[in-house]
Design a protein around this ligand. Structure first.
Ligand code: ALA
Length: 673
């Protein structure tokens, strides 16, 4: 009985019946264009505007184009399956509803719970990215940006309080959504037009600045190594550890020497490590930034010298090239320093001399400590890049595979492209949210599959082109990892003193903001609809997640609850961690949908399928394989978080959903009757 309950499925007929009951239903207001626009609105956003740069610089190099291709294939295969399901059962709820119809109550709940990662968490991720573009925008237009302490999370950024722009945009979006779907659809269409215009503009303008040398002419030796990626964090850890030592020293000295404690500590400091002044002006954030900047500059300088010497020795460059490289490297080092000053204010003391060496020997000692720890930790970081694949004992095989697939175009080898795909996958998330709106479609059977496939096709083409432009405009190791697209034009504008390019950078930053705002609108809408479907089934309190506003016909309470929770998450969580959680959750949902479509072909061949997935016996299994492979490329930590998340979900199911399931009640009353 217990197991029967867990695997009880909701029949397709039941879904149709529910669809026909009008009460509490959403308005059918969306046609094919609105639906496709919803799809594009949900798809193009933080992924292309923010993540492309980071993935190109740190994971895939110019091979980010291949990463987009690979992720696009995984999504297209899943999209066909989504389309078949959406045409068969066009009710709100997407993968959750599909799982209920095939895999039973428990798995349906798990998927519903998992979809919170895809929708709500991705809204938080996009809001953090929005904040980065907001700063880029105000920087380009007004030469002003919000203090880093108010536009970053406190976990990854020393001294930060919370991410204010992320909270503000989430609050605004929540307000718009409570007012209604039609109004939201109009604002969405405007935003979609703006962002599509900007993306096409980026491609058209950027093509002229592409240098193919940036795709294939940068020696693979110049790729960013794992240790460089660790430096900043290491510097932060060291500063924090020193502060801790200082704090314990002060407590000890105060207890022992009372009013004279400060003097004693200063005396002690002279002879020992931890050269942080015990004064009121001590500022952890500034100390961290100083050490981070010094470590980065010293590291880059040393690396550049080694690489240039190696290239000369191997005959890959001439003496003249070597001179150019030294010149370029100095410009780059100065840029690192300037950026730190920009963030901390011009009187920020970086503590480096004209030769880019720390002026204070104590600083040099700290920089060396940071570098040697980073070097020690680098192998683990490399293994992390293989994700779960590396953990299950394939390290040595992957190392060989990476070496044999490394080229100037794919400097990080096979695993770099695979990890890149698992990360830029974020950029594609959203096409499936069309299926969560099936209930509001005028002709769902025809228009939903069309909109899913059309929006995905448009976005894949645009993504590959934009990533080609970005990696063609700038050498990948120098691509801005925060707001790559706007920054590429901004850097060019500064170099050429062109006001036209500067205007372009401002326009792109504004387009990025518009793009991400529309993503937020749709993902929020989708989340509310999944909650609605789950509440109708009794898995969530109907009074909160199932209530539809009498006048606006929107799930207003659910939207507000989601908005408030996500604002908290976005305010304090690092964007990278959020992104990976969203990706693994969504990939999992895709795998389940591919499996469910296949299963239903066997279990219910009789059901009418207005859209049939072509070659389903190939498409669905390959879809599962490609998406599982991307999941395996994600780090062990992300997997552990997924397991914990699903564990929490199970606890909630057994303490609430199991006892309130509408399906179970119906079955019970039928048996009694
Ligand atoms: N695909 C959406 C974005 O990139 C989530 O912002």
């Amino acid at each position: 009985m217990f197991f029967q309950r867990l695997f009880a499925t909701k029949s397709i007929e039941q879904l149709h019946k529910e669809m026909a009951e009008d009460e509490g239903r959403l308005r059918r207001a969306l046609g094919p264009i609105s639906l496709t626009s919803l799809g594009i609105g949900a798809i193009i956003g933080a992924g292309i505007f923010v993540m492309t740069g980071r993935v190109a610089a740190e994971d895939s190099g110019p091979g980010v184009m291949l990463a987009y291709g690979f992720a696009g294939i995984g999504c297209a295969l899943a999209a066909f399956c989504y389309a078949e399901f959406a045409s068969m059962a066009p009710v709100a709820g997407s993968a959750y509803t599909y799982a209920y119809a095939t895999l039973g109550e428990l798995l349906a709940w798990i998927i519903g719970w998992d979809l919170i990662l895809e929708y709500a968490m991705s809204a938080a991720t996009v809001a953090s990215a929005w904040s980065e573009y907001f700063n880029k925008f105000t920087d380009v237009v007004f030469h002003w940006h919000l203090s880093p302490n108010l536009s970053n999370d406190p976990i990854s950024h020393a001294g930060a309080y919370f991410n204010l722009p992320a909270v503000v945009i989430l609050a605004l979006v929540t307000m718009v959504l409570v007012i209604g779907i039609r109004e939201s659809a109009i604002s969405n269409t405007i935003l979609v037009v703006v962002k599509l215009g900007v993306v096409v503009f980026v491609i058209a303008l950027g093509v002229g600045y592409i240098s193919t040398k940036n795709w294939t002419g940068i020696p693979q030796e110049e790729r960013i190594l794992a240790e460089q990626q660790i430096l900043a964090n290491q510097a932060k850890e060291l500063t924090e550890a020193e502060e801790q030592i200082q704090k314990s020293a002060s407590t000890w000295a105060e207890a022992r020497y009372g009013a004279k404690a400060k003097e004693v500590i200063v005396e002690l400091d002279k002879g020992g490590p931890g050269k942080l002044p015990i004064s009121d002006s001590y500022n952890l954030e500034k100390q961290t930034k100083r050490l981070q900047t010094q470590a980065m500059v010293v590291y880059l300088k040393g690396r550049e010298e080694t690489v240039t010497a190696d290239l000369l020795r191997l005959g890959k460059i001439t003496e003249a090239d070597a001179k150019d490289r030294v010149h370029d490297s100095q410009i780059r080092l100065k840029k690192v320093i300037d950026r730190a000053k920009e963030e901390e204010g011009d009187n920020f003391d970086v503590g480096l001399d004209a030769n880019f060496a720390p002026t204070d020997p104590e600083d040099l000692r700290r920089v060396q400590a940071v570098m040697s720890t980073a070097r020690e930790k680098a192998p683990a970081k490399v293994r992390e890049k293989w994700g779960l694949l590396g953990v299950i004992g394939l390290d040595s095989m992957l190392a060989k595979l990476d070496d044999s697939t490394r080229s100037n175009f794919t400097p990080y080898g096979f695993s770099g492209v695979l990890l890149g795909a698992a990360l830029v996958f974020f950029a594609f998330i959203g096409f499936d949210s069309i299926s969560t709106h099936a209930e509001e479609a005028k002709r769902p059977q025809r228009d939903v599959p069309f909109a899913i496939l059309a929006s995905l096709a448009v976005c894949t083409v645009l993504y590959m082109l934009v990533s080609a432009v970005i990696t063609g405009m700038e050498p990948y190791p120098q691509i801005d990892t925060k707001a790559a697209i706007a920054a590429a034009f901004d850097t060019r504008a500064k170099a050429e003193g062109s006001s036209m390019l500067k205007a372009a950078a401002a326009l792109i930053a504004a387009g990025g903001l518009a793009g991400m705002t529309s993503v937020l609108l749709i993902t929020f809408l989708s989340q509310a609809r999944v909650f609605l479907a789950m509440a109708r089934d009794g898995f969530m309190p109907r009074s909160i997640f199932g209530s539809v506003h009498a006048k606006f016909k929107t799930p207003h309470i659910s939207t507000m609850v989601t908005g408030a929770l996500m604002a908290v998450v976005a305010a304090v969580t690092p964007i990278g961690d959020l992104e990976q959680m969203v990706n693994i959750g969504t990939l999992f949902a895709f795998v389940v949908v591919c499996g469910a479509v296949l299963m239903l072909r066997f279990k219910r061949p009789d059901v009418k399928r207005p859209f049939r997935c072509p070659a389903v016996f190939v498409v669905a299994p390959v879809g599962i394989a490609v998406n599982v492979l991307m999941m395996l490329a994600l780090p062990k930590m992300t997997w552990m978080r997924l397991v914990v998340w699903l564990g929490i979900g199970l606890v909630i199911y057994f303490s609430y959903g199991y006892w309130n399931s509408a399906l179970a009640r119906r079955t019970a009353s039928r048996t009694e009757g």
